[in-house]
Design a protein around this ligand. Structure first.
Ligand SMILES: Cc1cc2nc3c(=O)[nH]c(=O)nc-3n(C[C@H](O)[C@H](O)[C@H](O)COP(=O)(O)OP(=O)(O)OC[C@H]3O[C@@H](n4cnc5c(N)ncnc54)[C@H](O)[C@@H]3O)c2cc1C
Length: 439
């Protein structure tokens, strides 16, 4: 049985180790952090995330979807908060049973690591930081409390996130390795709405809350303890931005002007704002994602995307499913398996990167507009009238496993047809009115 060295036991690392373990492969999974099950919070990242069809399907393959989802909170649509505090609910789909689920990052991480460790051929090593990978020998250098060690296998897989050490080694060792990293002008900061009395939720529990403010926005996802985790996405620089909001008065004034209905629910706003880090938002595209049969990238290490479609982790989990399928198809030829995985996933990861950036504009700006809400209603009406034929883009991305690139292409064609249809209807109406006036 081949031996795999996996770097990074985040969301995708744990799940991939479970997939490989199920195949009977030898797996050593190395993580730079301490064991999250010993109460180590995953620092600096979103506390909760939205998991949908693709991610759930991947968990089902390993038989842990129910276990993972037991504490998740279904979110049936977007709850838009305007400046006056007025609320508008927009369901995600015409079928009210279709929802995305708010799930704790820590709980999900623990579930996938537990699943991997059920296979005796999977070993997980915490507090091991990879500093370098040698591709030809499929070996990784790891910093530990006892000093530097070398882990060798038949292949090294980098599941070590957006700032992957494995990818860096591929960049320096593979001639013509293509790499592109682009940062948004916006950063993000997490804030909290604590639970109400008896752990109750102080806003609608089964919704993803959005405060769209054109060039910036705040969102909030519910947690099982009755709290909400809010994330403010805001410009780093500019007249009103993270850079210019320095004093407590600045922070208070900004929130009272922009999110008046939320401020009263956020007693720790000033402390959260001061103490929580301001994260950056990066899109990473690279190629190739593999080196012969010896190294490969999975998840954010291969394709970090901005979080606005709620698909980064879902896509990382889908990578694990596709890589597993490729190992099934090419059991004796790992290089072919890696190459096929790359071929199937690359264009879809690129399409998702574009969709995620477009959805930022939709969430922060368009969701506030009446035209946008009318278009969503039209989408749902068409979906109900033409079941299986007309599928809104959000539905294809979130509630199906249609490849991202195919979903994006199909949505462009649908939109062109809808706008052409609306144009014909409008032109016919105008012609009819002119005819009536003339006769
Ligand atoms: C604010 C925010 C909100 C998000 N919301 C959503 C959402 O709602 N839905 C969704 O699907 N996605 C969301 N995402 C994206 C999601 O978090 C990522 O796509 C997902 O975590 C990728 O999983 P991964 O395992 O590839 O990487 P990670 O989860 O980043 O895991 C990488 C692991 O590798 C370890 N590591 C890193 N370097 C080394 C090293 N040198 N040696 C050893 N170990 C190392 C890290 O400690 C970590 O444990 C969000 C992201 C952000 C920033």
């Amino acid at each position: 049985m081949p031996k795999f060295v996996l770097i990074g036991s985040g969301l995708a690392g744990g799940l991939l180790a479970a997939f490989l373990g199920r195949r009977g492969y030898e797996v050593d999974l190395y993580e730079r952090r301490a064991d999250p099950r010993e109460g180590n919070i995953v620092g600096g990242r979103s506390i909760n995330l939205a998991i949908s069809t693709r991610g759930i399907h991947a968990l089902e393959q390993i038989g842990i979807a129910e276990e993972a989802l037991q504490h998740a909170i279904p979110m049936r649509g977007r709850m838009i908060h305007d400046r006056s505090g007025e609320l508008h609910f927009s369901p995600y789909d015409v079928d009210p049973k279709k929802c995305i689920n708010s799930i704790g990052r820590g709980a999900l991480n623990t579930t996938v690591i537990d699943a991997a460790q059920r296979y005796p051929n999977v070993r997980v090593h915490f507090n091991h930081k990879c500093t370098e990978v040698h591709l030809e020998s499929a070996s990784a250098q790891l910093e530990t409390a006892e000093g530097i060690i070398t882990a060798r296998g038949d292949a090294v897989i980098g599941v070590d996130g957006a700032f992957s050490a494995v990818r860096k080694s591929m960049q320096s060792e593979i001639a013509n390795f293509r790499y592109d990293e682009s940062h948004l002008a916006h950063g993000y900061k997490e804030l909290t709405i604590p639970p109400g009395l008896n752990a109750s939720w102080r806003m609608e529990k089964n919704a993803l809350h959005i405060w769209p403010r054109k060039s910036f926005m705040m969102i909030a996802l519910p947690n099982p303890d009755g709290s909400f985790t809010c994330t403010l996405f805001w410009e780093f620089e500019g007249p009103r931005s993270f850079a210019t909001t320095k004093t407590e008065d600045d922070v208070r004034r900004f929130f009272e002007e922009e999110f008046p209905d939320a401020v009263s629910l956020m007693p720790s706003l000033l402390d959260d704002f001061r103490n929580n880090p301001t994260g950056s938002l990066v899109t990473i595209r690279c190629a190739p994602w593999f080196y012969r049969g010896k190294a490969c990238l999975v998840g954010d290490a291969a394709h970090a995307v901005v979080p606005f479609y709620g698909q980064g982790m879902n896509a990382a989990f889908e990578d694990c499913v596709v890589l597993d399928e490729c190992f099934e198809e090419f059991p004796k030829n790992r290089e072919r398996g890696f190459a096929e995985y790359f071929r199937r996933r690359k264009q879809n990861a690129d399409a998702l990167a574009d969709l995620a950036i477009e959805n930022f504009i939709e969430m922060r700006d368009k969701t506030a507009s009446k035209i946008f809400r009318a278009k969503k209603k039209l989408d749902h009406a068409l979906e109900a009238a033409l079941p299986g034929i007309y599928l809104p883009l959000y539905t294809m991305v979130t509630f199906t496993r249609m490849p991202y690139a195919k979903a994006a292409k199909r949505a462009r064609i649908q939109d062109a047809l809808v706008y052409a249809g609306l144009f014909v209807i409008a032109a016919t109406l105008v012609a009819a009115m002119l005819w009536l006036i003339a006769t």
